[in-house]
Design a binder for this molecule. Structure first.
Ligand code: ZN
Length: 95
């Protein structure tokens, strides 16, 4: 694949990294990038909003250096229910 400078996509942090970020947020209220140590910058909306069920709110914490983000999603009772239905539907389709 040819390398296109300036066109770099944002990727999510890995699962263990997300746990580390959440743990740091719980203790300090702020978080740093697990890869480079820079402070993470908050975005008001998450890049995953198109994937979230109605009612759920999200926020991204970005590391500009690594082009990685951590999505924090706040669910409501309704959006949690929709998420469970969606998982159930996916499980049924797989069966
Ligand atoms: Zn970083």
């Amino acid at each position: 694949m040819p390398l296109r400078p300036g066109v770099r996509t944002w990727r999510r942090f890995g699962r263990p990294e997300c746990h580390g970020i959440e743990a740091e947020l719980a203790v300090h209220g702020t978080a740093h990038c697990p890869r480079c140590g820079n402070p993470l910058a908050a975005r008001s909306q998450t890049r995953l909003r198109a994937l979230l069920p109605t009612g759920a709110q999200g926020q991204d914490l970005d590391c500009r250096g690594c082009r990685r983000f951590h999505a924090r999603v706040l669910h409501t009772a309704g959006s949690r229910y929709l998420l469970r239905l969606r998982r159930l539907a996916a499980a049924v389709l797989r069966a």
